[in-house]
Design a protein around this ligand. Structure first.
Ligand SMILES: NCc1[nH]cc(CCC(=O)O)c1CC(=O)O
Length: 311
C-alpha cells in the first residue's frame, strides 16, 4: 500500500468518538474489500473537548466539536472525518460536505439514576446533571422541582460524577451507550413522544472534501439512504430555527416505505412553553415538510418567544 492511498480518518479522541470512527472504518473495509492497514485513524483535539466547565450553548454551541476537524480536512491532513450528526452545526464550511450517514441507532434518551430508576421516582428537588438545553427544558417540563446542574464531559466522565454522588441522575443518548457497549447503565428509557431527541441524535455522519472522487466513492459505498434523507430533513428543520441556538429544539423524522413522518418541538428553557408539530408526507418531500414545520413553529411561537432568552 503506497502512502498516497492511505485513507486518514479524523475523529475526536473520546471513547465514543473512537468507537464511531472504528465503526466507519469497519464498514469501509467490508464495503470496499480493503484491509485495516488501508486506513489510519487520526485523533484530533477540539475546543469542545478542552472546555469542560461551562454549558455548551454559553461557549459557542455546536461548532466547538468540529472546527479543528474541519480544518484538518481542508488542509488535507485527513481525508474523512467521523462525527455525531447531533454535534454538527447546520452550516458546513465551503469545500466540505456531509457525504455519508451510517444507519441510525436508537434515537432515544435515557435517564440514569443513582438511587432511583425513573425520573418520576426522584425525590423533590433532586439534583440532575445535563449540559443539553433540550434535555434540561424537557426535564423541567416534567419535573419543575428538580435542581438542574450543568454537567459536561464525555460519557465516562459523566457516569463517574454520577457514581460519586455529585448528582442523583443524568440523561444520555442510548445510541452512545450502545456504541460503548454499556446500554445496561440506563435505568429508564424515555418515550420519544414526551422526550423527543435532538436533531441528528443516534446517527454517525462522514464528512469529506466536496468533489473528492476517491472519498465520494467511499462514502457512497457505506451511505444508508433512509438515514441520509431523514438527516437532511432534520438538519433543514434546525437550519430554519437557527440563530436561536439558545432555544431547546427537538426533532425526529422517520421513513416507513415512501412515507416520511416528522415530529418537531421547540421549548422555552424552563419547559413551560412548548410548541410542537407532527407532519407526514412523501419521502421526496421530506426536506420541505421539515422546513415548513419549522416555519410554522416559528410563527406560532412568535418573536417574543425567541427574544425572551436571547443574548
Ligand atoms: N454531545 C455529545 C454527544 N454527541 C452524540 C452523543 C450520543 C450519540 C448520538 O446521539 O449519536 C453524545 C452524548 C450524549 O448525548 O449522550
Amino acid at each position: 500500500m503506497t502512502r498516497s492511498s492511505l485513507v486518514r480518518i479524523g475523529t475526536r479522541g473520546s471513547r465514543l468518538a473512537l468507537a464511531q470512527a472504528e465503526e466507519v472504518r469497519a464498514r469501509l473495509m467490508a464495503a470496499l474489500g480493503l484491509e485495516e492497514a488501508a486506513f489510519e485513524i487520526v485523533v484530533l483535539s477540539t475546543a469542545g473537548d478542552r472546555i469542560q466547565d461551562r454549558a455548551l450553548a454559553e461557549v459557542g454551541g455546536k461548532g466547538l466539536f468540529t472546527q479543528e476537524i474541519e480544518e484538518a480536512l481542508l488542509d488535507g491532513r485527513i481525508d474523512l472525518a467521523v462525527h455525531s450528526s447531533k454535534d454538527m452545526a447546520t452550516a458546513v464550511p465551503d469545500g466540505l460536505a456531509l457525504t455519508a450517514y451510517l444507519e441510525r441507532e436508537d434515537v432515544r434518551d435515557v435517564f440514569i439514576g443513582r438511587r432511583v430508576r425513573a425520573i418520576a421516582d426522584l425525590p423533590q428537588g433532586a439534583r440532575v446533571g445535563s449540559a443539553s438545553l433540550r434535555r434540561q427544558a424537557l426535564l423541567r417540563r416534567m419535573r419543575p422541582d428538580l435542581d438542574l446542574a450543568i454537567f459536561r464531559g464525555n460519557v465516562q466522565t459523566r457516569l463517574a460524577k454520577l457514581e460519586r454522588g455529585e448528582v442523583e441522575g443524568t440523561l444520555l443518548a442510548l445510541a452512545g451507550l450502545k456504541r460503548l457497549g454499556i446500554p445496561e447503565v440506563a435505568t429508564e428509557i424515555l418515550d420519544i413522544a414526551r422526550f423527543p431527541p435532538a436533531p441528528g441524535q443516534g446517527a454517525i455522519c462522514v464528512q469529506s472534501r466536496r468533489g473528492d472522487a476517491r472519498t465520494d466513492a467511499m462514502a457512497a459505498a457505506i451511505d444508508h439512504r433512509d438515514t441520509h434523507e431523514v438527516l437532511v430533513a432534520e438538519r433543514a428543520f434546525l437550519a430554519v430555527l437557527d440563530g436561536s441556538c439558545r432555544t431547546p429544539i427537538a426533532a425526529h423524522g422517520t421513513l416507513t416505505g415512501d412515507t416520511f413522518s416528522f415530529h418537531g418541538m421547540i421549548l422555552s428553557p424552563d419547559g413551560r412553553q412548548v410548541h410542537e408539530t407532527r407532519v407526514a408526507g412523501s419521502r421526496a418531500d421530506a426536506r420541505p415538510l421539515a422546513e415548513d414545520a419549522a416555519t410554522r413553529l416559528v410563527s406560532e411561537a412568535g418573536a417574543a418567544f425567541f427574544r425572551a432568552w436571547a443574548k
